[in-house]
Design a protein around this ligand. Structure first.
Ligand code: ATP
Ligand code: MG
Length: 239
């Protein structure tokens, strides 16, 4: 089976070489656990290796996100200008602002972005032969969708499309505080072929970051939690 490197060496190791090509991986965890960082590191790995990538950002406005990522040494803006990173900026739509990216045609227009988004994702993938996709995040997207059934329908269609075009994707969601679920809407983990869980845990009087591969269809993997740090070069596993 063909593997796709995640950009995090330690994570590739516990996955036995990377995620199976075509996987849709759910990145889940509480607030500030590193979900966006992990997803962007996955995109940067693709960009640096010649793959065109698609970022669907519903939470953070692209310019701001690029600024944060620059602190980790990643220049996403350059790849956007080169036409290698395609951006669907639903975050600016949310604020009622025009996108500052080069992809004006790809910005959802209406307040209710449901099917608009499915069409735009499909168009981006086909036009640019995209192989890696990040959607950050499902809860931010849900704010723009009327009913829970509409969100389910939307996610189902997005996942089907990613599968059809053999894209490998990281989709971000969140774990509601203090509950035993893996995701906010309880549907994301079933649609996904893999689940990576990030957390902050108290150990011996201090807080540590942990990462766990909860599921990955089509491969055996390490099930243990591993300690990681967010360093100047991004996410690094300690063991
Ligand atoms: N340059 C940096 N160097 C080291 N650590 C950083 C750096 N930038 C951010 N961090 C850490 O990463 C955390 C944020 O990570 P990230 O944005 O990936 O989390 P998230 O899970 O996406 O959060 P949110 O719930 O807000 O979406 C910060 O709270 C901070 O602790
Ligand atoms: Mg985030």
């Amino acid at each position: 089976m063909e593997r796709v490197k995640t950009g995090v060496e330690g994570l590739d190791r516990i996955l036995g070489g990377g995620v199976p090509r075509g996987s849709s991986v759910l990145v889940t965890g509480g607030t500030g656990t590193g979900k966006t960082t992990l997803s962007m590191q996955f995109l940067m790995e693709g960009l640096q290796n010649g793959e065109n990538c698609l970022l669907v950002t519903c939470e953070e406005e692209p310019r701001r996100l690029y600024m944060e990522m620059k602190q980790l040494g990643w220049d996403f803006e350059k790849f956007e200008k080169d036409g290698r990173l395609i951006v669907i900026d639903a975050a600016s739509t949310k604020a009622g602002m025009p996108t500052a990216t080069t992809y004006k045609d790809f910005q959802p227009r209406s307040a209710n972005i449901d099917m608009d988004l499915v069409v735009l994702i499909g168009k981006a993938i086909r036009e640019y032969n995209v192989k890696r996709v990040v959607l950050d995040s499902v809860p931010a997207l849900a704010l723009r969708v009327g009913k829970p059934e509409a969100l389910r329908e939307l996610l189902f269609r997005v996942y089907s499309m990613l599968e059809r075009f053999d894209c490998t994707s990281f989709v971000v969601t969140e774990i509601p505080e203090g509950e035993g679920f893996l995701s906010r809407y309880g549907v994301e983990e079933f649609l996904s072929s893999g689940v990576i869980k990030l957390s902050l845990q108290r150990e011996g009087g201090k807080w540590v970051r942990k990462i766990q591969v909860v599921k990955m269809r089509g491969t055996s993997h390490d099930l243990n939690e591993h300690v990681f740090e967010i360093t100047k070069e991004g996410i690094k596993l300690k063991d």
